[in-house]
Design a protein around this ligand. Structure first.
Ligand SMILES: Nc1ncnc2c1ncn2[C@@H]1O[C@H](COP(=O)(O)OP(=O)(O)OP(=O)(O)O)[C@@H](O)[C@H]1O
Length: 233
């Protein structure tokens, strides 16, 4: 399993034109994450996405350090991003090529060298997710569920050690949310999952409750989720 360490991490963001010049998005946070499945839960705007994005350098700490498997994210960003896959709430953000098969092929650019070989490998990846019939379609013609599955397939094809998923089921209907949730929780990789789905959080190994830029509870899923439910009134 991988190890994600946050050492006194603070994130501040400039707010040009706002009532104050900057806001603290994440207050000083120190964490050592070694469990396989870690859920981040908490109210809207609490800092879950910020915490998730720190893990692969999409957000940089204002102070402190984020270290993944001994690699400092600020110094070894490229290496960290090869180890840490990321899935967004809205998969459109990461599906950039005209067709489905080209999109998966793009993900495989570091793994498979030749153009033809890459296209073949991409079709193989699609087949393993039951998406082969969509290979030549435009990503814009896919349903939300198909798009999220495709985004996930593309990221997993690169065999990351860690997968960070930021509310990956929020835009999906019940059936697709369940399918993607089951897939994520069944992965052999370490998973960091920001989610509003408390049933998914309960199936993780450790849950962090984030509120107002601070981890306010951290530990066994049933206890932390019960705490969250009670605090939400
Ligand atoms: N670059 C930024 N500039 C200004 N404010 C920011 C910036 N990034 C985050 N914030 C603010 O920090 C807070 C935490 O944001 P974050 O996206 O991490 O929350 P979240 O817990 O993921 O929320 P949600 O559940 O709604 O997705 C929010 O109030 C957000 O508006």
């Amino acid at each position: 399993m991988s190890r994600i360490e946050l050492d006194r991490v603070v994130v501040r963001a400039a707010t040009p034109g706002g009532p104050v010049p900057e806001v603290t998005v994440l207050r000083e946070t120190t964490l050592d994450l070694t469990e396989q499945r870690i859920a981040l839960v908490g109210p809207n705007g609490s800092g879950k996405s910020t915490l998730a994005r720190l893990v692969n350098g999409l957000v940089e700490p204002t102070s402190g350090r984020v270290v993944v498997d001994g690699l400092d994210v600020a110094k070894k960003g490229r290496e960290v991003r090869r180890r840490v896959g990321f899935v967004f709430t809205d998969p459109s953000a990461q599906l950039v090529m005209p067709t489905v098969v080209e999109d998966v092929a793009l993900s495989l650019r570091h793994q498979v060298r030749g153009r033809e070989e890459r296209a073949d490998a991409a079709r193989g990846v699609l087949a393993s997710y039951g998406l082969e019939e969509l290979a030549d379609r435009s990503v814009h013609t896919l349903s939300g569920g198909q798009r999220q599955l495709l985004a996930l397939a593309g990221v997993l094809a690169t065999d990351p050690a860690v997968l960070v998923a930021d509310e990956p089921t929020t835009l999906l209907d019940l059936r697709n949310a369940r399918m993607i949730g089951d897939l994520l929780l069944g992965l052999p990789q370490q998973l960091v999952l920001a989610t509003h789905d408390l049933d998914l959080a309960l199936r993780c190994d450790r849950v962090l409750l984030v509120d107002d830029g601070t981890v306010v509870a951290d530990g066994a899923p049933d206890e932390v989720v019960a705490h969250y439910r009670a605090s939400a009134g």
